[in-house]
Each structure stands twice: as C-alpha cells, then as structure tokens.
Design a protein around this ligand. Structure first.
Ligand code: GDD
Length: 336
C-alpha cells in the first residue's frame, strides 16, 4: 500500500483523478492536488486536503512549483471526453502534450522518485479495431502506430516521452492504458460524456418525461468494454506499486455492443423497451474495442471484479439521484 507519501495528483478535479485522491487520502498520504478548473467545478470535494490549486499545468513554472519536495507524481490531467468531444476538438486534445512534457521536466529537476501517466485505449492502432467483435487489444497492438486522430496521438507520444525520461534520466515510470472508465462522479452531460453515462442519462430522462424513444449514435452494433471506476483505481494503485514500467491495459474484457449496453440499462431502469433512433452522422470512433488482460494478470496478479451490469446499476442510481437534485442537462462541469 502507498502510505505516508507526499503525492502530487495533477487533474485531481476530474473523474479518475478525484477518485484517486480519495483513495490516496484514505491510505494516509499527504496530497497536493491541482486542476485547471476552478475549485467549485471539481468533480469531488476533499475536506482533508487544503493543498489544492487551480492552475494550468501546461505552464512549466506551475509544474516546477508543485513538484518541489514530492515523492510521487500522478499525471491524470488532459483535455478529454467521449467521442463527441475528442472527435471535434483534436487540436485541444493534442495540447495536453504540454502538461506531460513540462511535468516530466519539472519532475526530473525536482528528483521525483516515480511518475504515473494515464494513457488510453485510444493509443491503439485503428486498423486492429475495424470489426464489430475483436479479440482484446494486447499492449503490442499499439504498433505500428496509427492511433485515434488527435487525442490518441497525444497519448502515444506522451507514453514515449515517459519512456525516454526513464531511459535517459532514470525516473521510474508507470503507464496505464485505460479502457472507457465509468461510474459515479463522471460527466453525464454537457458534451464530454462517454457512452455509459450518456445512455443512462437518456434513459433516465425518457422515463421521467414519458418518452418512448432515445437517440443512439451510430447503428448500435459497435462494441466496447467498460471498466468501473473502483476497479480502475485498484488497478492503478497496484500498477504504480509494481516494478513494471511498460504500458499496461487497465480495462475490462467484457465486450458488449452499444445495443447490449442499452438493454442492460433498460433492465436496471425498469422502463419498457424504448425505440432507438440511430444517428449515423454522430461521432462513432472505432468499430470494435476491448481489452486483453493477459499482461495485467501476469504482472499484477490481479483482475477487475465488477461486472458491467453491477457497475451500471451503481452509476444509474447515482445519476438518477443527481438529476433529481440538480435537474438534467445542467452543464455543471464544463463551465469555467
Ligand atoms: N458519447 C456517446 N454518447 N457515445 C454514444 C452515444 C451517446 O449518446 N450513443 C452511442 N454512442 C457510441 C459512440 O458513437 C461510440 O461508438 C461508442 O458509443 C463509445 O463512445 P464513447 O464512450 O463516447 O467513446 P469511446 O469508447 O470511443 O472512447 C472513449 O474511451 C476511450 C478509452 O477507451 C473516450 O472517452 C476516449 O477519450 C477514451 O480514451
């Protein structure tokens, strides 16, 4: 267990970053937390830490300030979202390269012991994701390089930047390739939401408004695997503590089509079967994607536990409560 360490979490105001801070605080670490969003827009609030800063980590001076006297750095920060965001904001997504680069330089200068980079399944070669059901992606499938345009190129390039900082300067590196992480405190409206949250929201709203139809992007046959946030955090901590420095999948191998995921959410919500209005002109991304977990099992002796239907139930219940508290379609996380 990581305990009694001084840890910088960059992107602490985001979805995964927020859950990570919570866990590291519970494990009795001293946390310095940063995010570009003003504090009132962070996804979670941490009473135990007073050391949080709203700052742009694309600026090297900010990176230098917060890496002083720190043991470990977790870089969970990037400008991201689901397909609706990354497909329409490629230049924005690629600028996150400045965060990782300047954070690595500052970490080297301030002699950080270990550095974590949150990469993505978007780093994988697109040609290996053209069929509806695919074999899970193995870590080597990122090469030859042909990742998701914009966001995926930034992730792959930044992985390599990490690797060279390890080779040339001796910083210990850990890299996770996350596969569509979902759960409570994730974005569910405003344009950055991923499919699990977007479809839970649509079904909650259809039920509330007595509508018999929802919009679905694409033909619904495209596949993904989705990992519940608690498993993501457990895998992240275990990877960080391991001695493995190459990229590792942190994902699920429970591959479902978007239609199958909608079936699961309809069951949870107890609505009658809704009509599906397939919108073929909306962002679709790759045709099929899933995680191969051989390597994670081998190096961490660990596998995720939460099945999609159980994770979706927790997410659905959380979101129903949020929507009844705040109202739906409130753009609560993207204001600045
Ligand atoms: N977002 C969203 N909203 N997607 C929908 C919807 C909807 O209402 N309806 C259907 N989909 C479909 C999309 O068209 C896409 O084919 C699939 O659901 C998955 O979409 P997302 O969850 O938005 O993105 P992704 O799985 O292609 O990529 C996400 O995960 C990656 C890691 O695996 C993104 O968040 C990436 O940024 C991330 O790296």
């Amino acid at each position: 267990m990581i305990k009694n360490k001084k840890i910088l979490v960059v992107g602490a105001g985001g979805f995964i970053g927020g859950h990570l801070v919570k866990r590291l605080l519970n494990d009795e670490n001293f946390i310095i937390a940063t995010d570009i969003k003003p504090k009132e827009y962070w996804f979670q609030d941490f009473e135990k830490t007073k050391n949080y800063y709203s700052m742009d980590m694309k600026e090297i001076d900010n990176c230098r300030k917060v890496t002083k006297n720190v043991d470990y750095v977790f870089n969970m920060a990037c400008n991201m979202g689901g397909m609706g965001f990354i497909e329409n904001n490629k230049a924005e997504c690629m600028q996150s390269v400045l965060i990782n680069t300047n954070l690595l330089i500052a970490s080297k200068e301030n002699k950080i012991k270990r550095y974590f980079f949150s990469s993505s399944a978007c780093a994988y070669n697109k040609n290996k994701q053209q069929d509806v059901f695919i074999k899970g992606l193995k870590e080597k499938d990122a090469y030859p390089a042909d990742p998701e345009d914009g966001y995926g190129w930034e992730k792959l390039f930044s992985e390599r930047m990490c690797r060279h900082f390890m080779e040339d300067y001796g910083i210990e590196i850990r890299i996770a390739r996350y596969h569509n992480i979902y759960g409570p405190f994730g974005t569910y409206d405003g344009g950055r939401e991923k499919a699990p949250a977007a479809l839970c929201r649509k079904i909650i709203n259809a039920k509330k408004n007595n509508e018999d139809k929802i919009d679905v992007w694409g033909d619904g046959k495209q596949t993904r695997s989705f990992l519940y946030i608690d498993d993501c955090i457990e895998g992240t901590i275990r990877l960080f503590e391991s001695d493995y420095s190459e990229p590792v999948n942190i994902g699920s191998d429970e591959q479902v089509s978007i239609n199958q995921m909608i079936d699961i959410i309809e069951n949870i919500s107890k609505v009658k079967k809704l009509k599906r209005d397939y919108q073929l002109d909306k962002p679709k991304g790759v045709r099929g994607r899933s995680s191969n977990n051989d390597l994670v099992k081998e190096v961490l002796n660990w596998s995720y536990e939460i099945k999609l239907k159980d994770g979706l139930k927790k997410t659905f219940d959380w979101m129903s409560n949020e929507i009844s508290k705040r109202g739906s379609n409130i753009n609560r996380f993207t204001k600045s």
